[in-house]
Ligand binder design. Structure first.
Ligand code: GUN
Length: 308
């Protein structure tokens, strides 16, 4: 039986440090980092994430704003808004919540964000810095995973790291980070043959596919460290009971909110793995904490304040 690898303790620690630094800048310079998040359309999950990002920024003493544009917003309009934000001195971080509506090309929109304000670390220039293993703003979820492994003294060097999912948000940047840490990295995706054969080689297995409870014990090597990046909405109470047994909290979630949040990893994996990150309270809180830290970092970089 393995242990749960929660992200909340580390997330709180990172946020506390950001809060102290922000208070210091407020006192010294009467300036605090500012974050603007852009949401296009009405994606329910995106709204929940952005509310949390805004609430957290404010708790840490930063300024924060959400701009919500309609589903049929055109690329040219969005790019001109981003250009305006790029020129606003008090805006340090700009993020475009993904996914965008299918009518928009997300690469085109992301590339229009000035790299020094790209707190998601998705701009080609920031991803290039990551590949070159040099300083820059790095994607939040992969950074959070790396920090969590380091925080818990889980070594990466020489380990077999298997990442399931090749997204721009998690899989691809995480592969670069794990390679920079001297892990031996494999990326799997929907076309991978014999997936359980590949994943069961992993000392560190990362699931970022977006399919609820997909990674069952047969995918996992005994004693592996399993990181679950999935955020799936489950509304079906009997499916929930099949996965978790009698779980009052999840039952209440379904009754009150209409869903319970589940990961990509089947809960039975805890019996085979050494560590498994839970969903919720695993990687999620770290993504937000790292976004806060990136916003502070963008603020400092833009003002050449590297000493703290
Ligand atoms: N959608 C899911 N995760 C993320 C993230 O970290 N950043 C952005 N911009 N969109 C997301």
């Amino acid at each position: 039986m393995g242990s749960w690898l929660e992200g909340k303790t580390l997330a709180d620690k990172i946020k506390e440090k950001v809060k102290e630094e922000v208070a210091g800048f407020q006192k010294k310079m009467e300036q605090v980092p500012g974050l603007v998040a852009i949401l296009v359309g009405e994606n329910r999950a995106s709204k929940v994430y952005l509310r949390s990002k805004k609430k957290n920024s404010e708790k840490l003493g930063m300024r924060s704003e959400i701009l919500n544009f309609p589903e049929d917003t055109e690329a040219s309009f969005l790019k001109s808004k981003i250009k305006d934000l790029g020129q606003r001195e008090e805006v340090d971080g700009i993020l475009v919540q993904l996914p965008l509506p299918s009518s928009l090309n997300s690469n085109e929109i992301i590339t229009s964000i000035p790299p020094e304000k790209d707190v998601d670390g998705f701009h080609p220039s920031n991803l290039g810095n990551l590949l070159m293993n040099q300083d820059g703003l790095k994607p939040c979820t992969p950074s959070g995973i790396l920090e969590l492994l380091k925080f818990r003294n889980i070594p990466i060097e020489g380990k077999r790291v298997v990442i399931v999912g090749r997204s721009l948000i998690v899989g691809k940047p995480l592969a670069a980070m794990m390679t920079n840490e001297n892990g031996t990295v494999t990326i799997c995706h929907s076309k991978t043959k014999d997936l359980p054969l590949v994943t069961s080689e992993a000392d560190i297995l990362i699931a970022a596919i977006g399919r609820g409870a997909f990674i069952t014990p047969e995918f996992v090597k005994p004693g592996a460290v399993v990181v679950d990046v999935g955020m799936n909405y489950l509304a079906d109470k009997s499916k929930m009971e099949e996965l978790f047994g009698k779980d009052e909290k999840r039952e209440k979630n379904i009754e009150e909110k209409g869903y319970t949040l589940i990961g990509d990893v089947h809960p039975q994996v805890i019996e085979k793995a050494e560590y498994l990150t839970p969903v919720p309270r695993g990687v999620g809180p770290l993504t937000v904490a790292l976004l806060m830290r990136n916003t502070l970092e963008a603020f400092k970089r833009r003002r050449n304040l590297f000493s703290t």
